[in-house]
Ligand binder design. Structure first.
Ligand code: ADE
Length: 235
């Protein structure tokens, strides 16, 4: 997969992309991540990329021209046109399902904005999908773009070791993970649940599933309702 990121802050991406799974996935050519600075495509001598909103109001709006020119430039570097994803709080909520869908694309082009938002003609003109990582407002689309990259790349074949990929499927079934424990057996008086020390794998699996059901029901009624709905449809 190739992922292009169009941003005003290329440097913000460098550290998160150079550790652990994301680093290895790039080294192994599972993903190629190309960062482009939208400001390089500004045409005036101030390198202006934003302007005041028509109709008045606070803040600045990202202008069409530098974003369109930057996108056209990166598009010309690869025959695959790619799916354009615009990060903004008004977008479709990002979840594991969306991550899986995006991981099937050959190329993603993520656009991270700043200021009050994008000129609406950017979304329309680029036929972009808008994605939000949650109902809160961040200072820009960079952190959300990194979240999307991380969630997508770990789903690409070969990005994770075997052991981890098997575990990963658990969230995809819509339930939260079971609780994990490691040594020591007793930490300051709090003990590991005895079932985990029993060596009885069938009982452990049963306990873990029970924990997943209870946790999901207690902590995420929204996921729980969807889980029940899916189960009833299957019956
Ligand atoms: N830009 C600012 N806040 C955001 C959010 N919650 N999701 C995606 N992009 C954003």
């Amino acid at each position: 997969m190739r992922i292009d990121v169009l941003t005003l802050f290329v440097e913000m991406f460098e550290s998160p992309l150079s550790y652990s799974i994301l680093k290895r996935a790039q080294q192994q050519n599972i993903v190629k991540i190309v960062l482009s600075n939208i400001r390089d495509f500004a045409t005036d001598s101030y390198h202006k990329v934003d302007d005041t909103p028509y109709g008045g109001g606070p803040g600045m709006v990202m202008m069409c021209q530098p974003v369109f020119d930057c996108l056209e430039h990166v598009r010309s570097q690869d025959a695959e046109p790619g799916k354009v994803v615009l990060l903004c709080p008004q977008g479709k909520p990002f979840d594991q399902q969306t991550a899986m869908e995006l991981s099937r694309e050959k190329r993603l082009i993520l656009i991270a904005g700043r200021y009050e938002g994008f000129d609406e003609r950017i979304r329309e003109g680029l036929n972009a999908e808008t994605v939000s990582i949650g109902d809160y407002v961040l200072s820009g689309g960079e952190l959300p773009a990194m979240v999307v990259i991380d969630a997508v790349v770990r789903l690409l074949e070969g990005a994770l070791g075997d052991e981890q990929s098997a575990q990963d499927e658990s969230f995809s079934d819509g339930l939260l993970e079971y609780p994990h424990y490691t040594r020591p057996e007793d930490f300051r008086g709090t003990k590991v649940p005895p079932i985990l020390l029993s060596g009885n794998h069938a009982k452990i699996a049963e306990w873990r599933m029970q924990q997943r059901l209870e946790r999901t029901q207690r902590q995420r009624p929204d996921l729980w309702a969807k889980y029940l709905e899916r189960k009833n449809v299957k019956k």
